[in-house]
Design a protein around this ligand. Sequence first.
Ligand code: CMX
Length: 137
Amino acid sequence: MINKIEHLGIAVKNIEEANAIYKTLLGVAAYKTEQVASENVNTSFFKVGESKIELLEGTSPESAITKFIEKKGEGIHHIAFDVDDIEAEMEKLKKQGFTLLSDRPKQGADNKLICFVHPKSANGVLIELCQEIKKQG
Ligand code: CMX
């Protein structure tokens, strides 16, 4: 089951400059910055009530973020939905005909298991499913 919008991802050219802009806009600093080497991105997260904003900067020409900005410019890159059981949600969406971008959940930023749904499956919007990784004990 999809619970809520967990965050909106925004592709930016320069994360230092964007952090300063979003700090001014939201009145709070990023609570976390993180490099996700497997996705070729630098990220920062801001809390907005129950939701979050994730800024994403590509770290290589192969990065999905670098390619997105080359084609479309900076802007909203994805919507991420919080789910309790990502594998069950992936199985359900696959059966319903959505194109998933990985067969298994991957380790994402901010302590999450993630999986993306191709934007062609969802009216031109890249969808991310994310499940919080619970701490043991
Ligand atoms: N939102 C909407 N449309 C997008 C998109 C996005 N974020 N990224 C690409 N597209 C569009 C492309 O412009 C292209 O459109 P047209 O066919 O109309 O020109 C179409 O989707 C398909 O493009 P493609 O050639 O199949 O694939 P791309 O090489 O453009 O890759 C995608 C697109 C979504 C498959 C790839 O970006 C991907 O695998 N994304 C998932 C991983 C990711 O985004 N990682 C970074 C974030 C990590 C994090 O959140 O931590």
